[in-house]
Design a protein around this ligand. Structure first.
Ligand SMILES: [Zn+2]
Length: 235
């Protein structure tokens, strides 16, 4: 049973986009988890085995209670019936209340397919007759991680206290970001990674008056019960 589950296309996607939020929620006492759909087998560096091992190390840093990899085909991910059913089964077993998906538009086809596949799997998971062995479960809320989407977020989570640890979780992918000569022109080194990540997190943090933030989009309107207690200063 999880409170919060992030579903991502590739190992290290979560670390780049919403790892601070997962860590913050874990530290608040929630049970968090990550399901990566592919193991990055088309990646220039490393191998699926190495990346899955690195993702387990990153999961520890982010204090997630559960992480698994479904080993769907990388770089040619399809929103297939088999894929939706497999993910729906996992949702019925993990039973998250809230699910984080990547934003539904983007440059990499795997990312927007994950958004679509994830949304449809959440729907399927709620159907009683999907199978007779597991109880139906439809997540209550889906939020979309929009860090790379260049859209106005619905809300931003303050991850100022969690930013450095999130950085460590990304650097746990030694095969991708370590000192390797293989594909060096394609892959940024550690100082460059640090600068990029902090510049983006500063930008979103600025929007809510804190140092570092992570942006999300929701399809529903956000409800407010107390307008006197609203945060983020106007003047
Ligand atoms: Zn990715």
């Amino acid at each position: 049973m999880l409170d919060l589950l992030a579903i991502a296309a590739h190992p290290d996607d979560v670390e780049q986009t919403c790892g601070g939020t997962l860590l913050r929620m874990a530290e608040a006492g929630y049970r968090t988890g990550i399901v990566d759909l592919t193991a990055g087998d088309m990646g220039t560096r490393g191998s699926p085995e190495i990346r899955v091992a690195e993702s387990a190390a990153a999961a520890k840093i982010l204090k997630v209670a559960h992480r698994e990899n479904l080993h769907f085909p990388d770089a040619r991910l399809e929103n297939s019936m088999a894929g939706r059913m497999t993910l729906a089964q996992r949702l019925r077993e993990l039973r998250p209340r809230t699910v984080i998906l990547p934003y539904w538009e983007g440059r990499h086809p795997d990312h927007y397919r994950t958004a679509e596949l994830g949304y449809e799997a959440c729907f399927l998971a709620g159907l009683r007759k999907l199978d007779q062995y597991t109880e139906p479960h439809r997540p209550y809320k889906i939020i979309y991680s929009s860090l790379y989407a260049h859209v106005i977020p619905s809300f931003v989570v303050d991850v100022t206290q969690h930013f450095e640890r999130r950085m460590q979780s990304l650097l746990a992918y030694r095969s991708q970001y370590g000192e390797v000569s293989d594909g060096a022109a394609l892959f940024p080194d550690e100082p460059e990674i640090r600068e990029r990540l902090s510049a983006t997190a500063r930008f979103y943090g600025n929007l809510i008056g804190v140092k570092y933030g992570e942006p999300f989009v929701v399809k529903e309107i956000m409800r407010v019960d107390d307008v006197v207690a609203l945060q983020v200063r106007s003047l």
